[in-house]
Write a protein that binds this ligand. Structure first.
Ligand SMILES: O=P(O)(O)OC[C@H]1O[C@H](OP(=O)(O)OP(=O)(O)O)[C@H](O)[C@@H]1O
Ligand SMILES: O=c1cc[nH]c(=O)[nH]1
Ligand SMILES: [Mg+2]
Length: 222
């Protein structure tokens, strides 16, 4: 990232459709997640727990539809989520986050998408795609812990849009100002939810202070 201008945190804080969590429980879990002494089993559990908290925040604006049910005592009018909910984990690191999401929306469809960032060029490459052709979703959440240069997130949203998904949200754990600005400018029609906004990218494209490599730390491949 040498020689590339990176915006400051303050410059991206007020972007429209960007939501940065401010919940104290989230911050508590984030501190444990970032700690370099946290080992893969705990790291994976924390990613899942943070995924569930993010799911709760990201689903707050979902649309409901009325339906008739009967309680053991009497008929009543209830409300259910309208249409299907999709979750697209961006492999590998998005897997733990998707598990957390599923604890909140257990009947969501899971659409796996494999993107690998080339460590030299920092360009994302697609290597796996299990997106179905039948599309009937209210919203699809693309989930990936790290929004660094934004390349992987932008490609994932492009792929979902080409599949005909109208409403897409990106959900991540940590964003760098650079990637957040790129994603928001390239796809101004999506909502972006993250647990934290960090300072910058280092010369290798890692988020600082960040948490290191989210995939390796979840799956013990350090
Ligand atoms: O914003 P970007 O610069 O594109 O970087 C972020 C991407 O890099 C990481 O994945 P990685 O390529 O390391 O794959 P992994 O999940 O298999 O570890 C991360 O999970 C994102 O997908
Ligand atoms: O800091 C970073 C950047 C990309 N991918 C990661 O896992 N961590
Ligand atoms: Mg990785």
């Amino acid at each position: 990232m040498q020689g590339i201008h990176q915006p400051k945190r303050e410059e991206v804080l007020k972007l429209p459709r960007v939501h940065i969590s401010s919940h104290p429980v989230m911050e508590h879990k984030m501190t444990a997640l970032r700690d370099k002494t946290t080992q893969p089993p705990d790291f994976y559990r924390l990613v899942k727990e943070i995924g569930a908290l993010l799911a709760y925040e990201a689903t707050a604006s979902l649309t409901l539809q009325e339906c008739d049910i009967e309680t053991p005592l009497k008929p009543m009018r209830g409300r259910r989520l309208a249409g299907g909910i999709g979750i697209t984990p961006i492999l590998r690191a998005g897997l733990g986050l998707a598990e957390g999401f599923r604890e909140v929306i257990s009947d969501a469809q899971i659409w796996h998408l494999g993107l690998r960032r080339d460590e030299r060029t920092l360009q994302a490459q697609e290597y796996y795609n299990q997106l179905p052709h039948q599309v009937n979703l209210q919203v699809c959440y693309a989930v990936d812990p790290m929004l660094a240069t934004g390349g992987s997130a932008i490609d994932a949203v492009n792929i979902l849009k080409r599949r005909g998904i109208d409403r897409i949200s990106y959900v991540g754990i940590i964003a760098a100002p650079y990637g957040l600005l790129k994603l928001s400018q390239t796809h101004p029609d999506i909502d972006i939810y993250v647990a934290a906004l960090d300072e910058e990218l280092n010369e290798l494209g890692y988020i600082v202070p960040g948490l290191g490599d989210a995939g390796d730390r979840q799956f013990g491949t350090l």
